[in-house]
Design a protein around this ligand. Structure first.
Ligand code: GTP
Ligand code: MG
Length: 186
């Protein structure tokens, strides 16, 4: 189900939320983790996720697909209201055990990504970084890009989880992490 405010979310034991720029691949990643093609709505058109979309993993917890940030074609007013909703969710939701910030592995972290990362750090929200679209990098680019993304985020390369929803890269690694995060229920 979906909610337009943290106060209207359904009950859950524990939640892992996926955030990131519009089009970075949040919905695709949730589909990969759940072995489904179209559980979460995927679109070439950015800004297609507008609510907090909840996907219950039976008996374990809930994955939350959040609206993307920074979609320029939406009015500033809509963008601000949506971001406030997501920020409130991240600050207030007791069951939220991990926020997964997705960065586009093909283009690297943008200014907006780094602002969000700074906000997560300042706010003390538990977070992890996933770099998406690994399949879009040429083999020769991969090592350097992995180092560059880590340096930009002020992390070690091993701290960043690389995935490809298109190829299934990183799926097992991320699934075991998600299980651990969901087991941290309050
Ligand atoms: P919003 O809902 O707008 O915030 O976007 P989102 O972050 O949910 O992105 P979504 O999953 O809808 O994917 C956006 C586009 O990127 C789609 O065209 C996807 O097919 C494509 N995409 C997502 N993940 C991958 C990937 O691992 N590899 C490749 N090649 N394309 C991907
Ligand atoms: Mg989406």
């Amino acid at each position: 189900m979906s909610a337009d405010d943290v106060g209207r979310l359904p009950d859950s034991r524990a939640e892992v939320a996926f955030i990131g720029r519009s089009n970075v691949g949040k919905s695709s990643l949730i589909n990969m983790l759940s072995n489904r093609k179209a559980l979460a709505r995927v679109s070439k058109k950015p800004g297609s996720t507008e609510l907090l979309n909840c996907f219950e993993v039976e008996g374990v917890g809930t994955l939350i697909d959040c609206p993307g940030f920074g979609y320029a074609a939406k009015s500033a007013r809509v963008r601000d209201a949506t971001q406030r909703m997501v920020d409130r969710y991240m600050l207030e939701r007791k069951q939220l055990t991990m926020v997964v910030l997705l960065v586009d592995g093909e283009i690297g972290p943008t200014k907006l990504d780094l602002e969000m990362l700074g906000w997560l750090r300042e706010s003390g929200v538990p977070h992890s970084i996933v770099a998406t679209k690994h399949d879009k990098l040429k083999a020769a680019q991969r090592g350097k890009r992995q180092r560059d993304v880590a340096v930009a985020c002020n992390l070690a390369p091993g701290d960043i989880i690389w995935v490809s929803a298109a190829k299934g890269t990183g799926k097992d690694q991320l699934l075991s992490l998600v299980r651990v995060w969901l087991s941290l229920a309050p």
